[in-house]
Design a protein around this ligand. Structure first.
Ligand code: HEM
Length: 147
């Protein structure tokens, strides 16, 4: 079985995207630009590592046993991952393409959408964890890996 980098990569988008929202909330209260910059760059790195998580996930998918219950969970996990990345792609484009003033005016809406994105990210990670800790996907010690 080739090495599977998915479990190594997934923690980065989860941590970075959550950190981005955290810094946004701190920036909102403190009005300090440094926190806003931190939020912005955590978002950019979160997107980058999120794309890496999707690519590595698609590679990992091929080695998952095709039992219906596992397949269903993989599909749910995959769909949620795409929605997560879609939500954060909108936030990313909004933040990096639109000018600062526009962002300032719509900040509350941005934060609400970001919280929705984080909740979907949490659901994505939940089903990913289920794949590993409930069904043993990606665990070479499981009997179905032995051919
Ligand atoms: C935002 C993107 C994604 C995130 C944050 C994410 C997150 C996770 C997490 C947290 C796990 C459990 C890892 C562990 O505890 O060892 C996991 C496992 C898994 N994910 Fe994802 N995932 C993403 C995208 C995808 C995509 C697009 C697929 C394609 C079907 C996928 C397929 C899998 C598979 C097959 C597993 C089982 C373990 C393995 O073979 O690595 N993931 N994912």
């Amino acid at each position: 079985m080739p090495p599977n980098p998915h479990p190594l990569i997934v923690h980065f988008p989860i941590a970075l995207l959550m950190a981005s929202i955290f810094f946004d909330v701190v920036a909102f209260w403190s009005r300090k630009e440094a926190f806003e910059k931190a939020a912005k760059w955590n978002l950019a790195l979160g997107m980058l590592t999120g794309i890496a998580a999707v690519i590595s996930g698609l590679l990992a998918e091929e080695s998952v046993p095709q039992f219906p219950i596992i397949h269903e969970t993989v599909e749910r996990h995959e769909t949620l991952a795409y929605i997560t990345l879609g939500v954060f792609a909108i936030l990313f484009l909004w933040r990096f393409i639109k000018d600062g003033k526009f962002f300032e005016r719509w900040r509350a809406f941005y934060l609400a959408l970001a919280v929705i994105g984080i909740l979907i990210l949490g659901a994505t990670a939940y089903y990913g964890g289920e794949l590993v800790y409930k069904f043993g996907a990606g665990m070479p010690s499981q009997p179905w890996w032995r051919k």
